[in-house]
Each structure stands twice: as C-alpha cells, then as structure tokens.
Design a protein around this ligand. Structure first.
Ligand SMILES: CC(C)[C@H](C(=O)O)[C@@H](O)C(=O)O
Ligand code: SF4
Length: 473
C-alpha cells in the first residue's frame, strides 16, 4: 500500500510534469486567471518573442482592480495608468484569443468571483493568477495560488509553472458556530491565533465540522484569507456541497465527462493517518464576531473587547502595535464597540458574493444608515448584482441610504476612484487593513458583512448580535 497522502499531496502529484533532483517540479496548470494589473508585461513578453498563449481555452481574463464602479463607467477611466492597464488587457485578450469578460459583459467582476461562478474553478485543479487572493479557489479542493508577473508569462507560454512543494498544515474548526458568527469571523480568528506568518511555507487544509457546514461561498471567504495567514494556499476537500455548487455551471463538465470528473473528485480527501507538519485546532463555539483594530489582519479581537495596549505584546510586536495604534488613531482601553466610523464598504473577493449581500441586507432591512456615514455595496460580479436586484436587495440598500454599485474590486484597494479620504475610518468586508490600503491615510477595520451592516446602522463598530437581538450577545 502506498503511504497515506494529504489532499494537497494528491493534487500536487497529479500535476507533476517533471521533477529535478533537488525536488523542484514543473507543474501542469489547469486554469490561468488574468487581470489587468499583473498581466500587461507578461503579454508584452510573449509578443516581443513571437510566442502565443499555449492554452487560450484555459486562460480567462477580466478587468477588476481599476474599473470604476459607478453606473456611468462606460465613459471611461480617468486615471491614466489604470486606463492603460485596462486597455492593454482588452487588446491582449482579443489578440491572444483567451476567454474575456469586458466591463460591458454582465459576467464581468472580481476575477476570484468570476472563476467559480462560471465553473472555471473545479475540484482537483491547479489554478493560478497574478494575484495573491487566488487562494479563494482552494474552497473547491483546487490547488490555487498567486504568481508574479514573470510567472504569468511562463504560464501563458507553457501552461506550466516551476514550483517547490510546500509543507502540509491542518486548521481544524470543530463543532458549530454560534448565532451571528460567520466564515469571515472564522478566517480572521484563525489569523488572530496563528499570526500572519503562521502559515508560512505551508498549504493549509481547513477541515472540521464548522468548515463542512459552510456553504461554498463561506468556504471561499475562509480560503481567500489563507494568504493573509502567510500560507501558500488554502484548501477544503470537495464534498456534496461542492459538487452541487459546480454542477450545471457554464464551464463545468457535462454528461459522461461529469461522471468521469466525479470519479476523480471523490478521491480528493486527506487519507487517514496522512502527515501534517503543523496542526491548529479551534473550537467553533469559541469564535465570536470579530473586528480588526490595527494595520495587520492578525490585529483582530472579538467585538466585545477593548483596544489593546502596546505592552500587551512581546518583542518586536510592541513597536508594531504602537505604530498601528497611532496610525489608527486609537487609545488603548477604548471599547471596540465605541469606535465611530465614517465609511462602510461591503464587497471584495472576500465578501462580495450573493450570500454576503443577503447577510448585509438582513441587517439593513427597515433600518437607516447612521447620519454622516457614507456606505457602498459593491457586488463581486455583474451576475451577483443581477441576482441581488432580482431579490430586491438593491432596494433595501438604497432605502437604507447606501450606494449600489457596479462590480469590481472597488474600495478594497486604492487603485480606482472608490477611496477613503485621509483620516476616514472604514468598516470594511475586505481582507487587508494595511496603512493606506483603502486610500492614503485611510483607516480600515475588517469584519463580516453582517458586522459592517450593523456598523452602518449605528455609525460605530457594533456587535451585530446586539443589534439583531440574537441569543448569546
Ligand atoms: C493588485 C494585485 C496584484 C493584488 C494582489 O496580488 O493581491 C491585489 O489584488 C490585492 O488584493 O492586494
Ligand atoms: S477584491 Fe481586493 S483582495 Fe480581491 S482581488 Fe480585488 S483588490 Fe485583491
């Protein structure tokens, strides 16, 4: 009998084309997702050397980072650098004949939302993109990670990637989640426990009852932030939830091909006794709705807590905490739910899917945006937007006083017109709270869509369980 394997081992082994003596491998890549920021030089490299895209049928391009999210965006992009990148993607996608969803196409959206939505992302695949949050696709039991622009060129030209294998890490979330606790709270709490370097050198497999109970969308939220925990990628073994999500999607296999695919997908789990180099276990019942207070995703605490003091930390982290508190304009000991906010952003590849918008709408229904707060809801794709409108969610947001936008990365990062003004403080459903991430000198607090919606109503960081009178608040 062969040695027991982890899910990561199985996907890896199935994609090795060749192996060097030092263990470096050439991996076959099933899907290559491309956006406007990290691809122009890669396509240019092909053009200059007279090469073509090896598998245009497995290459999917969509503009997302730089596109405006106002309804008049067809008028064009004002920022020159952004316009050049989006125009380059348009030309490259057409010249090289890859699948392409321009802003005029209802299927356009954030690349990590479009891939799964269109059935490009499937269990057991290798999926790469010149973007760190490619980890999102690991929710399907696909080995998915970000690559640099020179690697984008390599994958375009050869459909392969030179890689060294990472170690195996298991993150188990046992039991059930309490009311008001979501996938975002899981993934932030894991980073709070392990730190942003906790996963360095590893591929994380998330497992346990609380993970199994999540929808595909929740699983994508969890895997999306694997990279913020330092991991190369995050994975969740596929199961009925996965197969039901995938079935019938535009580019999912059909008929006999579906049957063949299912036979392989059903083998995609970690064998009993397989070895993990690192194991972290968290009780689902212990997870609370959380918010970040600092400038790193690991600066996270339950909403019932207070802003920490630098002395609460050890070693080099003392200075980091001082700087973070200074940047965030926060005093130690302040109750987290006393922190007022100026802006609310609901969207991004972490939380821009339909279930996220439903969760926010549930909180906002019949309520109003707090005076003086501006808030926007940005669906992750045109199809998410259409679905939300069919369900009347847009009307709930508009009635409450929030803006209802077109699909894109938007205020997740300051590469398009949706930005914080200096000093503004934002309750955000995105994944990074670095200095200036949402605009120069802007301040970001990361949280779930329900928590961001609660903050929109009260004008301060808020325990959604109290607002919604959920038990255990
Ligand atoms: C612009 C892009 C390269 C970047 C990434 O790799 O993640 C962005 O998507 C982000 O979230 O910071
Ligand atoms: S939504 Fe944010 S995290 Fe996701 S790809 Fe866009 S910029 Fe990166």
């Amino acid at each position: 009998m062969s040695a027991p394997k982890t899910l990561y081992d199985k996907i890896w082994d199935a994609h090795v084309v060749s192996r060097d003596e030092d263990g470096t491998c050439l991996l076959y890549i099933d899907r290559h997702l491309v956006h406007e920021v990290t691809s122009p030089q890669a396509f240019e490299g092909l053009r200059m050397t007279g090469r073509t895209v090896r598998k245009p049928e497995n290459t999917i391009a969509v503009p997302d980072h730089n596109v405006p999210t106002t309804t008049d965006r067809a008028k064009g992009i004002e920022n020159e650098e952004s316009r050049i990148q989006v125009d380059a993607l348009d030309k490259n996608a057409r010249d090289f004949g890859v699948h392409y969803y321009p802003v005029s196409d209802v299927r356009q959206g954030i690349v990590h939302i479009v891939g799964p939505e269109q059935g490009w992302t499937l269990p057991g695949m290798t999926v790469v993109c010149g973007d760190s949050h490619t980890a999102t696709h690991g929710a399907f039991g696909a080995l998915a990670h970000g690559i640099g622009t020179s690697e984008v060129e390599h994958v375009l030209a050869t459909q392969t990637l030179i890689q060294s294998k990472s170690k195996n890490m298991k993150v188990e979330i046992t039991g059930k989640l309490r009311p008001g606790v979501t996938a975002k709270d899981i993934t932030l709490s894991v980073i709070g426990a392990t730190g942003t370097a906790g996963g360095t050198g590893h591929v994380i497999e998330y497992c346990g009852e609380a993970i199994r109970s999540l929808s595909m969308e929740g699983r994508m939220t969890v895997c999306n932030m694997a990279i913020e925990g330092g991991a190369r990628a995050g994975l969740i073994a596929p199961d009925e939830t996965t197969f039901n999500y995938v079935k019938g999607r535009a580019h999912a296999p059909k008929g006999a091909q579906w049957e063949a695919a299912m036979n392989w997908w059903k083998t995609l789990y970690t064998d009993e006794d397989a070895h993990f180099d690192k194991v972290v276990t968290i009780r689902g019942e212990d997870i609370e709705p959380v918010v970040t207070w600092g400038t790193s995703p690991e600066d996270v605490l339950p909403i019932s807590g207070v802003v920490p003091a630098p002395e609460d930390f050890k070693g080099g982290k003392v200075d980091a905490a001082k700087r973070a508190l200074d940047y965030m304009g926060l005093k130690p000991g302040t109750k987290l739910d006393d922190i007022p906010i100026d802006v609310v952003f609901i969207g991004s590849c972490t939380n821009g899917r339909i279930e996220d918008l439903r969760a926010a709408a549930e909180v906002l229904k019949g309520r109003k945006l707090a005076p003086g707060v501006r808030a926007m809801v940005v669906p992750g794709s045109g199809l998410v937007r259409a679905q939300a409108e069919e369900e009347g969610l847009d009307q709930i947001f508009l009635d409450a006083g929030l803006e209802w936008r077109m699909a894109g990365c938007s205020m997740c990062l300051a590469m398009n017109p949706d930005q914080l003004a200096p000093g503004e403080r934002c309750a955000s459903t995105s994944n990074r709270n670095f200095e200036g991430r949402q605009g120069r000198n802007g301040r970001t607090h990361l949280m779930s869509p329900a928590m961001a919606a609660a903050a929109a109503v009260t004008g301060k960081l808020t325990d959604v369980r109290k607002l919604m009178e959920l038990e255990e608040a």
